[in-house]
Design a protein around this ligand. Sequence first.
Ligand code: OOB
Length: 551
Amino acid sequence: MTPDTDFTPWPEVLARTYREAGYWQGETFPAWLAGLAGRYGDRAALRAGDLTVTYRDLHARAGRQAAHFAAHGLRAGDRVVVQLPSVPEFFDVLFGLMHLGARPILALPAHRAGEIAFFCAHADAAAYVTVDRHAGFDHRGLAREVRAAAPALRQVFVLGDAQEFTPLTPPAGLPPVPATPGEAGGVALYQLSGGSTGTPKLIPRTHDDYLYSVRASAELCGLGGDTVYLAALPLAHNFSLTSPGTLGVLHAGGRVVLAPQPTPDVTFPLVRHEGVTLTALVPALLQVWLHVARRDASALASLTRVQVGGAPLSPDVARAVPDVLGAEVQQVFGMAEGLVTYVRPGTAPALACTTQGHPISPHDEVRVVDDEDRDVPDGQPGHLLTRGPYTIRGYFRAPDHNARAFTPDGYYRTGDIVTRLPGGALRVTGRHKDQINRGGEKIAAEEVEHALLRHPQVAAAALVGLPDPWLGERSCACVQLHPDPAGPPARAVARDLAAHLRRLGLAAFKVPDRFLILPDLPRTAVGKVDKPALRRCAQAAPDLIPAAPRS
Ligand code: OOB
């Protein structure tokens, strides 16, 4: 029998433990949503502009969206790449696909043709769901490229002006279909990994494990019917979706307010108008909020807590939050693969500002180890390994990578360096994986390096992160060119390389912020590019070339 590389299950003995502990409740998302509609009925679930969607509507809209998808040939088990901005239809599509037993693959609005075509082809996606235009970008043009590159794609659904594609919006009067009965232990959706390898990885999350993380997060964050949550970050991201995010707020019967943009000019008036009590930000965005709120924070009176995660938060910035925003700061450390830690509400500021808290579950197993996988004592930094009731056991169709990314006994190698303090709180102190965290957006160095190497002039390439006061890190591509005495000047080469990456369809955030053209790249004794040396070199270089403006 060939091993199933689509989904790696938990060992039965652990699965039983998680069920007996009440974590895995055997409930699917469609059943959960039907339950919410029954419990909270006509209460407002979503607010977007002037639109209010009640809990009952949310459920009915999912049923209608499912009927529309079914009418266009989608079936249970189909994988569907979803790329939508912060619009209510995101939830119609998410819940509508699950209603049908189909499986959304949650792409980010920033992804471009290269990434979307890869997800579609790698997952044999039956459909791609997108929007006509967003943030000045024509997604239908992207859809045309994707269709040419992924022949298995049967349908493209477009929100808004669909042109030659299928309109996403169901025709008026289309009756909802009943939900397809599904397995709670089966895959509900796929998250995407920030990754550190040449291609992004798909993360299969089951109904059981994902709903557990939602319920437990909502509970430990004390959410309730009076919670008004501003969704400022991309809706698809695990932080804003489930930690506790929009799904956690819906679980608690609260109200989700969609922000079309995360910046203070848009969000501050929304906080005032909607009486927002809670939001989640990445540190880079928090700094922008603080900067504006130092001049005028009067719109933020209703805000009681701001969650911050996705990237390291400086203790000084954390300490400023209560004074400047008039709200408690709560650090969240997590990953789309599973494990999420929260500083528990009410923790003393000294600890709350300098640690990333405790895991959600008493059954989250955390190990902090040295390079040989030996446990290190509390108080000392080491590699964070974890397994538990909502941490995956394997990526989708990635057997070779899985063999490296997981220990033989199923711990996920997070690639983060942490210290466990006496008492169990974790402090993230560094990163081992070859990834750049650009303001919470993750860039796998290898993916960009491979793309650079496809340029005919590039002999060797290495992407490194450089410290940045706003984003935490920016990326710098260090490039060695094939010798060409008559070649163009470095500045022109850099411009051409940035254009090359865009042509390959890489998301704009992955296009290097800076370029450094070198005669050769420093190597270690075994011939690998010496990235620490390159980082030092790039930091000292007076002549880093900025990439052309992003789009
Ligand atoms: C969240 O998920 P991902 O999958 O985009 O990124 C995970 C990685 C972590 O492995 C870590 O390297 C970094 O992002 N990270 C943090 C952090 N939170 C995430 N590094 C330092 N401090 C933090 N607080 O980013 C994510 C998923 C769920 C909840 C929160 C964040």
